[in-house]
Design a protein around this ligand. Structure first.
Ligand code: NI
Length: 185
């Protein structure tokens, strides 16, 4: 089921999310809904707070079964990260333009490390520790930020933040349309 995506301005996007417990009810439904929602919106990552659920969970991947990130084992078109922890960062730093489904029609250049090591639980709550680089490392760090209540607008220079303010205000006031359902409008 496709859920609306929480738009900039809602407090849940700026709050730290709560850990997921093994007894968490409705987890399979939430994960499936998040994949449906991400595919419908054409995203490459989605964090639970973006569908108005304050839990430490995000997904990554492209909505295509031919995508290299398609997980044959889980049959999800991507990866599920529950209670993720970034254990280490390394490599170089790179700056790239990032977008965010909660910030329609906006991009920002964000500096991030190119390598990370992440400990996380999968959809069955089994723990993994894995290294990522490049594109995946960037997507994971962007989604991880959502669990800390951090947005790309928090990671850019002050003068750029100032220039984005009118657009951010328009999103918060429901004056920016997206080709997917936004919450609260
Ligand atoms: Ni985002």
């Amino acid at each position: 089921m496709i859920r609306p995506i929480v738009a900039y301005g809602q407090p849940i996007l700026q709050q730290a999310a709560a850990p997921v417990s093994p007894e968490q009810e409705g987890l399979p439904e939430l994960i499936q809904d998040m994949f449906d929602t991400m595919a419908a919106a054409g995203g490459i990552g989605l964090a639970a707070p973006q569908v108005n659920v304050g839990l430490r969970l995000f997904i990554t991947g492209k909505p295509s079964h031919t995508d290299p990130f398609f997980d044959k084992e889980t049959r999800y078109p991507g990866k599920v990260f529950i209670n993720p922890e970034i254990r280490a960062t390394g490599g170089l730093f790179s700056t790239q333009l990032e977008g965010c489904l909660s910030l329609p029609h906006m991009q920002a250049s964000v500096l991030r490390p190119t390598h990370i090591r992440v400990r996380y639980q999968d959809h069955l709550m089994e723990t993994h520790e894995e290294s990522f680089s490049g594109y995946m490392a960037r997507v994971i760090q962007h989604e991880f930020d959502h669990l800390e209540g951090v947005l790309i607008t928090d990671r850019i220079h002050k003068h750029r933040q100032k220039s984005l303010r009118p657009h951010l205000r328009a999103i918060a006031n429901g004056k920016v349309e997206a080709d997917y359902a936004l919450m609260p409008h």
